[in-house]
Each structure stands twice: as structure tokens, then as C-alpha cells.
Design a protein around this ligand. Sequence first.
Ligand SMILES: Cc1ncc(COP(=O)(O)O)c(C=O)c1O
Length: 416
Amino acid sequence: MEARPALAIHGGDKVRTESMTTSGPRFDDQELKELKETLDQQTLFYWYGEKVKTFRRQFATMYGVKHCHMVTSGTAALHVATASVGVGPGDEVITTPITDQGTIIAILAQGGVPIFADLDPHNYAVTAKTIEPCITKKTKAVIVVHLAGSPADMDPILRMARKRKIKVIEDCAQSYLCWYKGRLAGTMGDIGCFSLNDFKHISAGDAGMVLTNDDALAERAQLFLDKGYSRDGSGRHPPFLASNYRPSELHAAVAIAQLRKLPGIVAQRNRLGDRLTAALKDVPGISPHKVLPGCKSSYWFYMGRMDPKRLKVSRDDFTAAVAAEGVPISSGYIGKMVYEYPVLMEHRAFENCSYPWDGIYGRKVEYGPGLCPTAETIEATSWRCPINENMTEKDIDDIAAAIRKVATWFAGNKRD
Ligand SMILES: Cc1ncc(COP(=O)(O)O)c(C=O)c1O
């Protein structure tokens, strides 16, 4: 029987008394040097300067992929992807209910209808089994989100997509250098998409990337990110409606310097996240962040789950008790399912109509609570800790000790 020291929330001693640093400086002379060189070019236009070209080449090389385009955001990357694979009005695109709105914007902006598949209960991604029942004659693509640095189970998804002739877009906004059985997330489907917004492993303030090995998709992507213009000197003849998602040379300058730091950032996050998992192995009522066998997470954050029945405490009371021990922890991730947002529930993507759900193009798909029960349970029972390259092993050990202390206390607390 483990001893049960009093919880800090009840006036007991805290596990951690000194503050914890969960971030640090990200930019230094390397970015400055690249920016100076960029300004010295006397052009910030991506097609004339060297920085966007260099970054595209370097990122493609790091990932071992033929084509990399740089764009203005992760959302733009996903929109380029849905447009490039040919999503059009009424086409259905299957994705996850736990993601950033950027994933959904990319579908709706093309007139596509988002369809939500349920999730693996512990790695928080869609699976072939959850996608399969969502497939209809209208399914054009699936956007697999590799959440929080951990890969989805891609082999069964890729097999099924090939068989059903569905395009696979990988949303890697949260998952740089995330390995799935010897392959990098972002290189397995038809197109991989990345974000360089200010919260990601590396940042250019805002920007994004599109990766593909497919020449035709790469060509479409190039046109779509630049108003449909060919920049090969053949003149202006946009073949379809496209946007302007061109990055500036300044974005690429910062991204080049950040890319050099990426392997070190990911290695440290991987070490720390795996350390937390090992430390939580036998804690009662706690499920660690699951990384599939043969895979490697780059832990954008660490999200585990707690069992309220086993611990006889609500999730929010549990995280409050852990936080009181002096470590960073919060409840859940996005608060509610993406399909509970008004834009979807009320079919309000565009003013004064319910396009693309209006029946001319697509089905009138209804959204609301209950659609993906496992995903809803994940959101209701998960807790989240930061993992950052500036954190130490001691920080991780203290987080684990606080979770263990609180879970053990509640697990042994026979109040019923
Ligand atoms: C999973 C996911 N997809 C897409 C995006 C959109 O990226 P951006 O903010 O660069 O548009 C994000 C950003 O938070 C994300 O986390």
C-alpha cells in the first residue's frame, strides 16, 4: 500500500515549490543573419529571392520528398492541399473532431462537406476502422491529423484509401519529425501540410508548407498558392480560382534558421515525453499519451487521460489538485468538438445560405454533440502538460510525481 501524503490542495506540502520554465528564447543571431541577407537582396518577393527557394529545398531534403511549397500558414497549406487533390462543392472530406479550425477551413473553403470520424481512445487520431463507416460515394479525401506530435496509424488508412480511391492529406501542423514505422508523418499520404505559426515546434511568425512526391499535385499546388499564375514566363492564364498564399522572403529567412534547430528541439521533446510516459506507467487511473509501437512522437504537448470512475473525482478537480502541487497541467484540449462550433452546427459557412450543405451539391449533414462518442470522452477526461525543449528531466519527474501523488490519493480514497 503506497503512503498517501496530504495533497497540496488540502494544505499538504507541494511536490514542486520553485517555478517551472516551460519555454525559452527561440530566435537569435542565426535568424538575424538570415534576415539581414534577405534585406540585402533588395527584394522580398518569393519568386525573385533565394530564401523561399532555399527553405523549400532544405525542408524537402530533410523529409526526403520531391516537392515542398511554402505558403502563408498551416491553414493555407491545407487549403492548397484540398484544392490540389480536387475537392469541390459537395465533396465529402473525412477528418477528426479534435483539431484546429484550420483543418475545417480547408474543406469548407473548397465547398467541401466535413465528415467527422471518431478517434483512437489513446493516440487521439482517426483510424481506418473509424473512417470506413463515414465513406460515401461523395468522399473525396481524408485529412488525417497527427495530433500533438504523435502519428496516426497510417498503414491501414493508406491501404483503405488506396482501395476506395480516396486521397490522403496529412495535417502535420503539430507533428514535425514524427516517425511512423520508419517513415515521416507528412510523407505517407498524397500531401503533407505543416504550420510555422508562433506556437509550433519552429516558427516564422506565420507560414506553412506543403509536401508531395506527386508532380501533378505539386504543379496544381504551385498555381493555387499564387493566384493561378504561372511564373514560367508564359503569361497570365489562371486555369481555376486560386488564392494568394505566397510567403515573403522574410518568412523563409526565419524559417531557414529555425529549421537548423528543429532536430535538436524534437530530440529533446521526444526524450522528455517518453520519460513522462515511463514515469506514469503504473499510476492508478492514469493513461499516458499513447505512441504506437515502432513510432516516435515529437510531443507538441503531452495529453494523457484520467479515469474519473476509478479515481472517484472529476477531471477538473483532478487537474486542479495536480496544479496545486506546483506543476503545469490543464484540463482537456479544445474544450468542445469542432462539430459543435456554430459554423458547422448552424450550417453557417456562408451568409444567407446553407452552402455547401444545401442539397444542390451535397448532403444535409447534421452536426452536434454525440457524433463521435470516443472523441468526446477523450476531451472530457484528458489532461495536458507542456513538453518543451527548455524543460529538464527534473521538471518531467516533478510533473510525474505530482500526477502520481494525486492519482494515488484519489484512488485510495474510498468515499462511496
Ligand atoms: C492540427 C492543426 N491544423 C492546422 C492548423 C492551422 O495552422 P495555422 O495556424 O498555421 O494556420 C493548426 C494550428 O494550430 C493545427 O494545430
